[in-house]
Design a protein around this ligand. Structure first.
Ligand code: MG
Length: 353
């Protein structure tokens, strides 16, 4: 890497990190700017073969034992929302990233950054919620850290969790593994998390309450891996939504992806909320949705296993991997035309996870 290579990114940073001299909110939005920051700065500087894969977590091997290791920080606002809170989210989100590596999550850490004045009662509720989520997924919270910052120097509470899980020998899930012909399955309706957060934050009242889909996906993933040895790629469609995640996979594998709009499940109330608020559900965050890329010969049994699981009853085949248009996502729309589905460009909803 030539770090002397000067460019217009700023006087002190020698790397080509877009044209921004300062961090903007969209750098944390999960779209193009987040990708640029990760690829042009972190991956370049930290530079190693594990990180290069840009998986949901690091897959590492120690003495013949395959482990997944991941970390995530949670800065959601509001901290309590329909369907969960920052505590359950911080456990489920991290164990879902382990599950996306094909791992069985085992241990989690929890680091709290708390603003002075934060009510102990709320911290207690959040802690109980983390314990419940961990018990539910059969993981243990085994280490942690507590920091307090002065009033006004933080926003209530931020939580970082890291996780470790074990990967069975024969499991090999990676964003680079998807192949032409792979069938793409989603485990249910999209856009519920993001819309529930924005509704609560802004005080919007919709006819029927929209609840976050925040849930642990490790049980569902274990069922999927039990019925098929031909699952190639999995990713949870969090920030940036289904559209951004499909773009990430298309780009890293250099494959084309074709999806069909009428196969992507969206509940009617979420659809109308998106219309009112001006959001495309394809770009809205989920916290309990996985995209599974599986060889066509196993797609029926994987779909059936997913439908049989409580977190997969609305599962649907939404598309396939193709050789055409490498690195791009193309959607057949409801009216029969096709259009390119780009990665989220700006920032849609700040602090949704
Ligand atoms: Mg993820």
């Amino acid at each position: 890497m030539d770090i002397e290579n000067k460019n217009n990114a700023g006087q002190n940073c020698p790397l080509p990190i877009s044209n921004y001299k300062q961090i903007v909110m969209a750098h944390g939005g999960g779209g193009t700017l987040t990708q640029q920051l990760i690829i042009d700065l972190f991956v370049k500087v930290f530079d190693n073969s594990v990180l290069d894969l840009q998986h949901d977590g690091a897959v590492i091997e120690i003495d013949g034992i395959k482990l997944a290791f991941t970390t995530d920080s949670y800065v959601i606002n509001p901290i309590f929302f329909p369907g969960g809170d920052i505590g359950s989210l911080s456990v489920n989100g991290t164990l879902n990233d382990l599950a996306m590596c094909g791992a069985k999550p085992l241990f989690i850490s929890s680091a709290f950054i708390i603003e002075e004045g934060f009510p102990i009662e709320e911290l207690w509720k959040i802690t109980l919620s983390m314990k419940k989520a961990a018990d539910n997924a059969r993981v243990k919270i085994v280490t942690g850290d507590t920091k307090v910052v002065e009033k006004g120097k933080g926003d209530k509470i931020f939580i970082n969790t890291s996780g470790i899980g074990i990967i069975e020998k024969e499991v090999n899930i990676s964003p680079l593994n998807c192949k032409p012909g792979d069938v793409i399955i989603i485990n249910g309706c999209i856009a519920e998390h993001g819309i529930s957060i924005i509704s609560k934050r802004e005080g919007f009242e919709f006819e029927s309450k929209i609840v976050s889909d925040c849930c642990p996906l490790n049980g569902l993933v274990q069922e999927i891996l039990m019925v098929s040895k031909n699952v190639h790629t999995m990713r949870d469609a969090t920030r940036g939504g289904v559209a951004s995640v499909l773009n990430e996979i298309a780009m890293s594998s250099n494959m084309g992806i074709e999806i069909e709009e009428d196969k992507i499940p969206v509940k009617d109330n979420v659809k109308s909320a998106c219309e009112i608020l001006g959001f495309d559900p394809l770009y809205v965050a989920n916290e309990g949705k996985v995209l599974v890329f599986v060889a066509p010969e196993d797609s029926d049994k994987v779909l059936q296993a997913m439908i049989n699981h409580p977190y997969g009853k609305d599962s649907s085949i939404i598309g396939k991997v193709v050789e055409d248009n490498p690195g791009m996502v193309i959607m057949k729309t409801l009216v029969g035309t096709t259009r390119v589905v780009d990665m989220l460009s700006g920032e849609q909803l700040p602090r949704i996870c």
